[in-house]
Design a protein around this ligand. Structure first.
Ligand SMILES: Nc1ncnc2c1ncn2[C@@H]1O[C@H](COP(=O)(O)OP(=O)(O)OP(=O)(O)O)[C@@H](O)[C@H]1O
Ligand SMILES: [Mg+2]
Length: 501
């Protein structure tokens, strides 16, 4: 049973220049519910929730919170009065401690006679971390030391102040590891039981179906419909939701249809007894025309392997070779034919202040320039050739990447390597935050690349993706290879889990 009406959105519209991100949206959110929001990339999910959380203001329309008009000046003001949000983009500050990040903007609560009581801040933060079951992070740790996933956990902790009655999670799980997801799922159920309202945005249908008590579907800035728990449990629910999202049938076929593990003879990427960071003595080969998947718990070292293959990690022992040559640094890796989609999209994969066209063209500059002069026509053609198949939702290639929705940013970080026609693609969670239609497109593209003889290293937290796409799955545990599985029709997620934990 849901409780009182907490938030009401009335005729809310938001325009960004020509783009109508929200068109007279009406929504109600209640106490004691976990409300899912689902919709294609660019459908308006982040926009509507960021207006509720005080991050943005509406062009027209109103929001009410507990019956009163709600127009917070900022996110910290919104949180003080009961509505918090974990943004889709990374939102922590380097150069500060974990505790300072948790209490950013709230130091006055710990200040007496002009002196900030840091001990109290640290103690309070430590308590909050403990309450959430986060044991590997200390309040006094420097944020710089933390992994991408752990930083997201800090953002979650930041929202857990006692006055919060509505908490919004915007695709938070795509940044989290398996362990982090378990923590978040437990937390949202607890919040629901305490009579709070959780608004949960995700593209992961299984997760939505499992976690949410009610689901709202958006398309092109409008509310298309809602499903209650009973309707979500019906047999054809997923198909129905997909149809509501995109306005046309989307088939179930996602992954490769064949179950044959094969590759060409030539080696594209090779690790020979390589040590870097915490990873020791890693040895494996990726051939042309092969898709190798890397899986494991997030802290197993798999993300570091991707970074080492692209020359970001310093190799302390052994060798990492691309087509037989040592990888020295990312620029050298690009010259040797490699591309790398970082999981950390906002700070490692994209130049936010650059246009979509510039970002797509970045790795290909040598191909489109002559005597240090970049051909604007070639740059434009290169971008347009990617914008269309990836369905990057934008007014033009001249718009800044920072104006794109999260999933559309992800498409750009993939597209810049297809534009470059890289021979080896190292992909760390490439389908992060993209909607089902685009996911399907990305998988067919990966399969096509394999057929063209390209080599792919697919690092993924999604076991179904590893099973569905890879010729071979390498599973890592504690920075070492713990198992290898060949492509087969009989492969199950439990086979992978066995080697993971
Ligand atoms: N700051 C901005 N400037 C210009 N356009 C914007 C801005 N923020 C969002 N938009 C546009 O508004 C529309 C809705 O974007 P929004 O971020 O709400 O989508 P979303 O449903 O959250 O998508 P995703 O699943 O990709 O995160 C998109 O077309 C997007 O390009
Ligand atoms: Mg979004």
């Amino acid at each position: 049973m849901v409780g009182d009406l907490l938030v009401e959105v009335k005729d809310l519209s938001k325009n960004f220049g020509q783009t109508k991100a929200l068109k007279k949206v009406n929504l109600k959110f209640f106490a004691g519910e976990i409300r899912g929001l689902i919709g294609e990339n660019g459908s308006g999910k982040s926009t509507v929730t960021s207006i509720i959380s005080g991050m943005q203001t509406a062009t027209s329309g109103e929001v009410y919170f507990k019956g009163k008009k709600w127009k917070p000046e900022s996110m910290s003001e919104a949180q003080k009065h009961g509505i918090a949000m974990v943004l889709q983009e990374a939102n922590t500050a380097c150069g500060c401690s974990v505790a300072e990040n948790i209490f950013a903007g709230r130091f006055e609560e710990f200040t007496k006679f002009g002196i900030v009581n840091m001990k109290k801040i640290n103690d309070e933060a430590a308590k909050m971390l403990k309450n959430l079951g986060i044991t590997n992070i200390k309040a006094t740790d420097s944020l710089d030391k933390l992994t991408f996933e752990d930083r997201k956990l800090i953002e979650i902790v930041r929202c857990m102040t006692k006055d919060v009655e509505v908490c919004i999670f915007d695709e938070t799980t795509t940044a989290l590891s398996h362990e982090g997801r378990t923590i978040l799922y437990k937390l949202i159920r607890q919040m629901k039981d305490e009579g709070k309202c959780v608004i949960f945005i995700s593209h992961d249908m299984d997760e939505i179906m499992e976690q949410c008590s009610y689901l709202t579907v958006l398309r092109d800035g409008e509310i298309i419909g809602h499903l209650n728990r009973e309707e979500m449990d019906e047999n054809n629910a997923e198909k129905k939701i997909r149809y509501m999202m995109v306005g046309r049938e989307i088939g179930d076929a996602y992954y490769r249809a064949d179950f044959k593990a094969d590759h060409l003879d030539e080696t594209a990427l090779e690790f020979i007894n390589a040590s870097f960071g915490n990873v020791k003595d890693l040895t494996f080969k990726l051939h042309k025309g092969e898709i190798i998947g890397l899986g494991g718990l997030s802290s197993c070292g798999m993300h570091e392997v991707g970074r080492a293959a692209f020359g970001i990690e310093k190799i302390s022992k052994g060798k990492v070779l691309l087509f037989g040559k040592d990888v020295l640094n990312p620029l050298n890796a690009i010259r040797l034919g490699a591309g790398y989609i970082s999981k950390n999209r906002d700070t490692e994969a994209l130049i936010m202040d650059g246009t979509i066209g510039e970002n797509i063209a970045l790795p290909s500059l040598s191909d489109i320039s002559k005597f240090s002069y970049i051909s604007p026509k070639k740059e434009r053609d290169l971008a347009l050739a990617q914008i269309e198949p990836f369905r990057i939702k934008c007014e033009s290639e001249k718009k800044l990447v920072s104006s794109l929705s999260g999933g559309n940013k992800q498409k750009v970080s993939f597209a810049k390597w297809t534009a470059r026609n890289s021979d080896i693609l190292i992909m760390d969670c490439p389908t992060r935050g993209v909607d089902i239609g685009v996911k399907q497109f990305m998988y067919s593209l990966i399969e096509k690349m394999k057929k063209e003889g390209k080599a792919i290293l697919l690092i993924s937290e999604e076991m179904s993706e590893l099973i569905g796409m890879c010729d071979k799955i390498i599973i890592m545990k504690d920075f070492k290879i713990s198992g290898e599985l060949e492509r087969s029709a009989n492969l199950k997620e439990t086979d992978i889990i066995e080697y993971m934990i």
